[in-house]
Write a protein that binds this ligand. Structure first.
Ligand SMILES: NC(=O)c1ccc[n+]([C@@H]2O[C@H](COP(=O)([O-])OP(=O)(O)OC[C@H]3O[C@@H](n4cnc5c(N)ncnc54)[C@H](O)[C@@H]3O)[C@@H](O)[C@H]2O)c1
Length: 334
């Protein structure tokens, strides 16, 4: 199958493109390179441009009439930036996605897989959330994802568009061949910070928030190996029509996580075992907007999508550390 991947130069998009290739499919990348590096596109079929450029989307469809589905990952994704620049986030993630969806329907490419986020969920008592759990998106970024879920649901109900919405939990690690991974210069997420502290690029790893109502007071997340996440997309495009027939609806939402909640202290412990040395730690109060967290109930992914994660958190940490060493060679910066 040929699959259009918007945002295919990004962290998850480039890994998903590779997972598609490994399953015998051909990704067609559409990316503006707003943030994704050109080197991640490699020798793939690539259109450099904006998702809201209707002429470009029409040209892609004309040049690749055999595209079976679109994985729409292109977005702005930095939470604190979304607080400072809401206009850019609503414009790019909401208004531009609307143009893309409408154009995809017009050019006869109605199957859409959408990257949503676990950051939509409200905190619940035991931290496990299924797709019907209450939502409380805490940032403009998360609200753009919630809006797009509503938009897709409504457009699917009214037009030929069909949508599978994947709510990703916390992707970590890199592709197994170390050709892509986290590319931001100073990663703000927890594993990136740990890798930097372990490699001496920072003096310590700071645990932000130690009085949360979790088993050890630190935040809880569901860390999923990005390669498992990429494989979930392959499964979803391969079984797109069957999934929607199973739920008997024109659109559906599926959690993509491991089903295991891991606290920050537990993550640090696993990291130290894999790394083989302890990491200097500091503790600090939670940052504004820091959520206690959640982990996925993955029953629907297993029963409807036919997918479960298979890699461990240690696999993901090993892969992140290996990428930390390798990325200078690929990106030209450490
Ligand atoms: N990384 C995470 O932790 C996480 C968690 C949940 C959901 N997601 C979602 O997954 C998707 C991919 O995330 P990622 O981590 O790979 O991010 P990323 O920033 O690495 O990739 C996004 C890509 O989209 C491109 N892009 C942005 N705006 C564009 C536009 N208007 N037209 C064309 N291309 C555009 C960027 O150049 C970039 O290559 C995003 O939709 C994100 O919201 C990510």
């Amino acid at each position: 199958m040929k699959i259009l991947v918007t945002g295919g130069a990004g962290y998850i998009g480039s890994t998903t493109a590779k997972a598609l290739e490994e399953s015998g499919h051909t990704p067609v990348i559409l990316d503006s390179l707003l943030s994704g590096p050109r080197v991640f596109v490699k020798d793939r079929i690539f259109y450099e441009g904006d998702i809201a450029d209707r002429d470009l989307v029409a040209r892609v469809a004309e040049e690749h009439p055999d595209i079976e589905a679109t994985i729409h990952m292109a977005a702005r994704i930095v939470v604190p930036e979304s607080v400072e620049q809401p206009y850019e986030y609503y414009r790019d993630n909401v208004a531009k996605s609307l143009e893309l969806f409408d154009q995809l329907v017009k050019v006869g490419k109605p199957r859409v897989l959408f990257s949503s986020s676990a950051s939509l969920y409200a905190t619940v008592e035991n931290f496990e959330v299924d797709e019907l759990a209450p939502l409380d998106p805490a940032s403009p970024y998360a609200r753009t994802k919630q809006m797009m879920e509503m938009v897709l649901t409504d457009i699917a109900a009214a037009t030929d568009l069909r949508a599978i919405i994947l709510r990703y939990f916390n992707p970590i690690g890199s592709d197994p061949d170390l050709e892509s991974g986290i590319y931001v210069r100073e990663p703000s997420h927890v594993l990136g910070q740990l890798v930097m502290a372990a490699r001496g690029q920072k003096d310590a790893f700071t645990i932000t928030g130690t009085e949360h109502p979790t088993r050890d007071g630190t935040g809880i997340r569901d860390y999923i190996h990005v390669w498992d996440l990429a494989r979930a997309h392959v499964k979803a495009v391969e079984s797109f029509d069957r999934v929607l027939a199973t739920v008997d609806a024109p659109s559906t939402i599926i959690n993509v996580g491991t089903g295991d909640g891991v606290t920050v202290r537990e993550l640090v412990k696993s990291f130290e075992i894999v790394f083989g040395a302890s990491v200097p730690l500091k503790e600090a109060p939670p940052r504004p907007g820091d959520a206690v967290g959640a982990f996925a109930n993955v029953d629907k992914a297993r029963d409807v999508l036919g997918w479960t994660s298979s890699l461990t958190i240690e696999d993901a940490i090993t892969s992140a550390l290996a990428w930390g060493k390798k990325r200078q060679e690929i990106l030209g910066y450490d």
